[in-house]
Ligand binder design. Structure first.
Ligand code: BGC
Length: 831
């Protein structure tokens, strides 16, 4: 039986349209893409923050709320005795119509009740520290309507962690100011903060509230604020407790009349010596300027058009026309959009990530970059420098850093031995996209200590060295606290539930724990590094100074040679000690015992090493890759994608740590951890198996899932989630942790570079598709280093791999790399 559907794609508008507010889980969107961000659910729940969801939380949000998703930007409309919200929540008054459209950094929620329609457009204008909420009220009846409109936002006392914990202080610090229609939040501004927030509306108000209990009533819920129910604002002024901002506006609408109200929730920072305009009075100059920019419908509409134009430009860099809507909408719209969001948020703020837990991950951010670098390379460049600045002099890295301070996170520290490799991965992607080698000469500190700067190239070198200097008894990389799989904690040995799996090493000394995943990753990134060195040798010999980042042609050739030896040695070690007969092992544990081997009872095979070792092409000639891919297909694949390991662990294994703490089929214990599926898919393309690659790819492609399992899948059908419950789970196919996952970048990298086969390279675009035999023709338009390439791939015989001939502007080229040149180009590729 077909499942119930809660929405559908609208490709022409680049929107997902939700038609029932009771989605199986809040389906959210993100507003803002630079400094000011908001999360917004399909019922207008969520919150806003400036740069850092932990340190600069502007509005409050409740975790573990009952019902789920409590708190947000709520508008209450009182029409006679009926009180309703355009987004249905929190009153949940049955609406006559409801629709939520999530678009590119905007959301429009429209509800109607008793002949009144309220449509609210939410967005953060470009380069603006504020969220605009443009509400359009329409009287669709033949009578005059007199409405009482109440807005509502609840302030967070800035630090989202202490806001939830330090009540002995918090209940006394809250301070506000009111000026005309603007309600200011200035808690702690009297002392060390130089920032405040405000909530305003572009019309005269007939009342307001700034104290939560006065507005809602101590025994009431968001669904029944006393002030709203009585239709009377309290004009309350908060002193401590919980400051809020609520406007009260009386609106009279003639039959057929409509009216816009523009609300603005903004954030301001003042210089230390300009904090106050009088004793205790905040300097509102910047707030006034900001308010003025968005105080009319015309100004707001212009800002909205600008945002749409911005997205037109971003999404025009790479477009595909394949005749398959489900592929096209992911490639052209949603996959790229999700990449932008993960680039901005890392793993910090979603409806699964609290915003107070993790900042930016070292490995995560490098991977996210690959999904984003073609869109705004300058921001990717800055990100690389920020990340590298948190590295230690021995090549190790802080596992996370905070976006506001850009400092490494001491709570988690370092010791995740895959981390250094990812810096190569991100940097190489940046240079291949832009051709900008100058980034390698940037002087970048260690651990943000000024005076410690060395070139970025040097950072890459010590990253590689960190792996080489930390090899175990089988000449394979020591795993440290964990590799990509944060939950495979081979030195942890914890029996104490109060210990963190990630930061505890109860055994470590003399550990033999080695990782095949890092081995494969090292070979892949090592090859990248070698190619980079060779390219640098060329560039250095061609440039006037004769050197780049302080090194000359010869130096780079020597370095390439050194690394080639290390890569060869690693490949040999993998073949000798890392092959189990039908697939690659996953690891050796503390004692030197095998993990991910046929000899094990549970966890016989893992996905990560199959992915990385086949991407690296280790043992390709000897047939190892083909076997490993077949084994993955046979043992890991199921209806919803490939699980991480099989069979799942059914008990806790102290020598393996967190992985075995999860019930079977969830998360790292045999869940479908979507992030790593693309590794095998790329491995399939390296082996030239286009049908298998396509089959794996579409199993976790949101548009395919959207069609089949909205209720089962639960989370947003327009983006990938981190994990889908695997075949051993109680409910296979149930999705969790949507939005912030490396899956986004990896899906993009996979489809754009390995399936559609358009790969940026140092000298141009390398064309090398790997297709299902049903793909006979498609077109890609790719903007690249000042040129625009219209590429038509023809595959009449349904080949999976192998380019026969390429013509550029009518001329046959040698090889598969289209050289860079400005202007528009017609490219025909014959498979
Ligand atoms: C983390 C990644 C990690 C993955 C697998 C994610 O939640 O952000 O850094 O690689 O889990 O454990």
């Amino acid at each position: 039986m077909a499942e119930k559907k809660y929405g559908h794609f609208d490709d022409a508008n680049r929107e997902y349209v939700i038609t029932d507010p009771k989605t199986p889980w809040p389906w959210i969107n993100y507003l803002g893409n630079e400094d000011f961000f908001s999360l917004i659910s399909n019922t207008a729940g969520g919150y806003s923050f400036y740069k850092d969801a932990k340190f600069r939380r502007l509005t409050r949000y409740r975790y573990n709320g009952v019902p789920m998703d409590n708190g947000g930007r709520y508008f209450y409309i009182k029409d006679g005795d009926t009180v309703w919200n355009p987004g249905w929540k929190p009153c949940k008054t049955p609406l006559d119509s409801y629709e939520c459209r999530h678009g590119m950094n905007y959301t429009r929620i429209t509800g109607s009740k008793n002949g009144v329609e309220a449509s609210v457009l939410f967005f953060v204008p470009l380069h603006t520290w504020a969220e605009v909420q443009k509400m359009t009220l329409k009287n669709q009846t033949k009578e005059v309507k007199t409405l009482k409109v109440f807005s509502f936002a609840e302030w967070c006392l800035w630090n989202a962690a202490t806001d939830m914990e330090n009540f002995q202080r918090n209940f006394s610090t809250g301070e506000v100011e009111v000026e005309g229609s603007t309600l200011y939040h200035k808690t702690e501004y009297r002392e060390r903060r130089n920032h405040y927030a405000f909530y305003t509306v572009n019309t005269e108000i007939q009342g307001y509230d700034t104290d939560r209990e006065s507005f809602i009533g101590l025994y009431n819920e968001f669904a029944e604020p006393e002030a709203v129910m009585e239709g009377k604002p309290r004009n309350s002024f908060a002193h401590g407790w919980s400051p809020i901002a609520s406007h009260y506006i009386e609106v009279t609408l003639q039959p057929g009349e409509s009216r816009d109200l523009i609300f603005l929730l903004g954030y301001v920072e003042n210089e230390q010596d300009k904090k106050f305009s009088a004793k205790k009075v905040i300097n509102k100059e910047k707030a006034h300027q900001l308010i003025k920019k968005f105080d009319t419908t015309e100004k707001v509409d212009a800002a909205f058009a600008e945002l749409n134009q911005y997205w037109d430009n971003l999404l025009n860099i790479f477009t595909v026309k394949s005749g398959n809507d489900k592929l096209d909408r992911m490639v052209n719209i949603w996959n790229q959009y999700q990449c932008m969001i993960t680039f901005c948020m890392s793993r910090s703020a979603s409806f699964f990530e609290s915003g107070i837990g993790r900042g930016m991950g070292f490995r995560d951010s490098n991977q996210d970059l690959v999904g984003f670098v073609h869109q705004i390379p300058t921001r990717a460049r800055q990100r690389i420098i920020d990340i590298a600045s948190t590295q230690f002099p021995d090549g190790g890295c802080y596992h996370q850093y905070q976006p506001l301070t850009k400092r490494g996170n001491n709570d988690i520290g370092g010791g995740f031995n895959d981390d250094p490799c990812w810096l190569i991965f991100g940097t190489v992607a940046y240079i291949k996209e832009t051709g900008d080698f100058s980034i390698l000469s940037e002087q970048v500190p260690f651990d943000n200590q000024s005076g410690s700067e060395v070139s970025l190239f040097e950072h890459l070198k010590i990253s590689m060295n960190h792996i080489i200097n930390n090899l175990g008894p089988h000449k394979l990389p020591l795993i440290g606290r964990a590799d990509w799989n944060d939950c495979l904690n081979l030195n942890c040995f914890s029996w104490d539930p109060n210990e963190s799996f990630q930061t505890t090493e109860n055994k470590g000394e003399g550990s033999k724990a080695e990782s095949l995943m890092i081995a494969g990753l090292f070979v892949v990134t090592g090859k990248d590094y070698i190619a980079l060195c060779k390219q640098l040798a060329k560039e250095a010999s061609n440039c006037r100074e004769g050197e780049i980042a302080g090194l000359a042609e010869e130096d780079y050739l020597v370095e390439a040679d050194r690394m080639q030896q290390a890569v060869d040695a690693m490949s040999e070690a993998v073949k000798q000690y890392g092959w189990d007969g039908e697939w690659f092992l996953r690891a050796y544990d503390f004692f030197g015992n095998k993990i991910g081997s046929n000899e094990n009872e549970e966890g016989k095979i893992f996905i990560e090493s199959q992915g990385w070792c086949t991407m690296a092409g280790i043992g390709q000639e000897e047939g190892l890759c083909g076997k490993a891919l077949d084994s993955a297909k046979e043992r890991l694949e199921c209806e919803h994608g490939m699980v991480l390991n099989n069979p799942a662990y059914t008990t806790y294994h102290v020598e393996m740590g967190e992985i075995s703490s999860y019930p079977e089929g969830y998360k790292e214990n045999a869940g479908i951890f979507c992030h790593n599926n693309p590794w095998v898919i790329i491995g399939e393309t390296v082996a030239g198996r286009g049908n298998d690659a396509w089959n794996h790819y579409t199993k976790i492609l949101p548009s395919y899932v959207e069609e089949k399992y909205q209720t089962l899948h639960k989370v947003e059908p327009y983006v990938n989630c981190q994990m889908v419950a695997g075949k051993d789970a109680a409910k296979p196919g149930e999705g969790k942790n949507s939005w912030l996952t490396g899956t986004a970048a990896w899906m993009w990298y996979t489809v754009s570079e390995f399936i559609l086969g358009i790969k940026p390279d140092y000298e141009g675009l390398n064309i090398d598709p790997c297709l299902p035999s049903t793909a006979h023709e498609y077109e890609v338009t790719r903007k690249f280093r000042g040129g625009e390439y219209h590429i038509v791939v023809k595959n009449p015989e349904g080949r999976e791999k192998g380019v026969k001939q390429i013509t550029v502007d009518g001329k046959v080229i040698d090889g598969t790399i289209i050289p860079c040149s400005a202007g528009k180009h017609e490219v025909i590729v014959q498979m």
